[in-house]
Design a protein around this ligand. Structure first.
Ligand SMILES: *[C@@H]1O[C@H](CO)[C@@H](O)[C@H](O)[C@H]1NC(C)=O
Ligand SMILES: *[C@@H]1O[C@H](CO)[C@@H](O)[C@H](O)[C@H]1NC(C)=O
Ligand SMILES: *[C@@H]1O[C@H](CO)[C@@H](O)[C@H](O)[C@H]1NC(C)=O
Ligand SMILES: *[C@@H]1O[C@H](CO)[C@@H](O)[C@H](O)[C@H]1NC(C)=O
Length: 431
């Protein structure tokens, strides 16, 4: 199999080099042959070259992909370069080599022979014939014509961005003999099972997973399908990782003690950073309203979280500056505070049953990296709850408790969102 493939590709060139063992052929032989084939017999390029015009001409087509030039996710177009390997038998171009000095094949400008008007059906540019008259076709003495038109093919390709950037897309290049029907031209697959990738040069954004060739029954067309997989590294590094880091910063707002006076400015800064970043990101994402990508949903969720966090922060700040004497703390908030203290105490005593230095207070909670000074004001009481604690509770303590609760809620929510979105996407990518 490995050996056969290169043979097929360079078949015309190999034949050109090795087949004419007959040394005797001269340019006069070639002239004589061309005169006989074209002038004397009155060759007409409009006549389909089968003797019985009721029988279709068999045209076999192979596709050699050379490169993927561009796959535009937003315009949904695939630009490829490659060439077709088209061959058929021309009844009028047959000769006996012995008569012409053992001449077994000749080259003829492509417009001088009949050829099927093969064109790209799902192209986006103006329909024009393949190749050009500067290209030659090769004809051998049995009348087999080989035509290898090279081209840049711009085709439409519907894109499903659901799993972006871990998506796999299938693009078709549909070729047909435009003017002919089934009873005139029988388009068939060539010798290759699928698109030939021998000449293929790897693309930096897409890798080819699979290729296939299909001939639609009852249609004069042949469909070459390319299954492409996006290389996600660029988007992971430039979109996903920064957004994840920003969403972690977002949660860290709850670490800042209300007294520091930095909470509001920090939360708004993070929100703005996220917003600026998202405007950049949307230019990278495929713009498609038909299906929404999971990554788009993730970005929206991140923005929603950020908005909620800013709102909550402002609300907590307001509470922080309330006076217990003017606004008594509602009993449910005191209960909540009690629960938080219990959770934090239990976890703390498990690790450090005896000692309670201020350093430990700042190290104790994974999320809370408050300075020792802040810890005394905010968190130390919670580590040593006394009996008359209730009377000492201020709005500041409530705020600390709320911060603690929201920190864990949003950490959990962010974690769940990230794990869900990416497990769905990566699961699809692995399939
Ligand atoms: C086309 O191929 C079919 C099946 O291989 C064959 O029967 C038919 O004779 C061919 N047509 C011509 C014009 O050679
Ligand atoms: C053509 O080839 C045959 C056999 O290879 C040889 O006998 C003959 O002399 C050749 N004819 C010419 C004109 O060279
Ligand atoms: C078209 O070609 C295929 C494959 O060579 C062959 O099986 C089929 O019979 C042909 N159809 C006609 C109408 O000749
Ligand atoms: C070509 O087709 C064969 C079988 O149809 C398949 O095993 C192989 O993976 C295909 N090659 C490519 C590059 O798609």
């Amino acid at each position: 199999m490995e050996l056969q493939k290169p043979n097929l590709m360079i078949l015309p060139f190999l034949m050109m080099m090795y087949m004419p063992q007959a040394n005797a052929q001269t340019s006069d032989d070639a002239k004589k042959l061309l005169d006989t084939l074209f002038s004397a017999s009155g060759y007409n390029t409009a006549v389909r070259p089968t003797y019985e015009q009721t029988k279709p001409t068999n045209v076999s087509i192979d596709f050699f992909l050379v490169s993927i030039i561009n796959f535009d996710s937003q315009k949904e177009t695939l630009t490829t370069s490659g060439y077709l390997y088209i061959s058929w038998t021309d009844y009028y171009l047959q000769w006996t080599p012995e008569t012409y000095g053992n001449l077994t094949y000749i080259f003829i400008p492509q417009d001088n022979v009949w050829k099927p008007d093969i064109s790209l059906l799902n192209g986006i540019s103006e329909v024009k014939g393949l190749g050009s008259n500067s290209l030659f076709v090769r004809v051998d003495n049995a009348g087999t014509v080989y035509w290898l038109p090279f081209g840049i093919f711009e085709s439409t390709c519907g894109i499903d961005i659901t799993y972006f950037p871990f998506d796999i897309q299938t693009c078709d290049l549909t070729f047909n003999a435009w003017s002919y029907f089934n009873e005139h031209v029988n388009v068939t697959k060539g010798m290759m099972r699928n698109i030939s990738l021998e000449m293929y040069k790897e693309n930096s954004e897409w890798s080819i997973v699979d290729t296939s060739v299909d001939r639609l029954q009852g249609e004069v067309q042949i469909v070459f399908s390319i299954k492409l997989k996006r290389k996600p590294l660029f988007f992971v590094l430039n979109v996903i990782v920064p957004v994840m880091l920003l969403s972690i910063l977002n949660i860290c707002i709850f670490i800042i003690p209300a007294k520091s006076g930095e909470k509001a400015s920090f939360s708004v800064t993070v929100f703005l950073a996220l917003a600026v970043f998202l405007t950049m990101v949307t230019t990278l994402l495929p713009q498609n309203s038909e299906n929404v990508s999971f990554i788009g949903i993730y970005l929206v969720i991140t923005v929603v979280f950020s908005t909620v966090i800013v709102t909550l922060t402002l609300f907590i700040l307001r509470l922080n500056f309330r006076d217990v004497d003017e606004d008594p703390i509602p009993s449910w908030l005191i209960k909540l505070h009690g629960i938080v203290i219990k959770i934090r105490c239990r976890r703390h005593t498990k690790v450090h049953p005896a000692t309670q230095s201020q350093d430990e207070v700042s190290n104790f909670d994974t999320g809370y990296t408050v300075s020792s000074a802040e810890a005394t004001s905010g968190f130390t009481e919670s580590n040593s709850p006394s009996q008359d604690e209730k009377s000492k509770i201020t709005w500041n303590h409530i705020c600390n408790a709320l911060d603690f609760i929201f920190f864990w809620i949003f950490l959990l929510a962010t974690g769940i969102t990230i794990v869900t979105v990416f497990s769905i996407c990566i699961e699809n990518a692995v399939q």
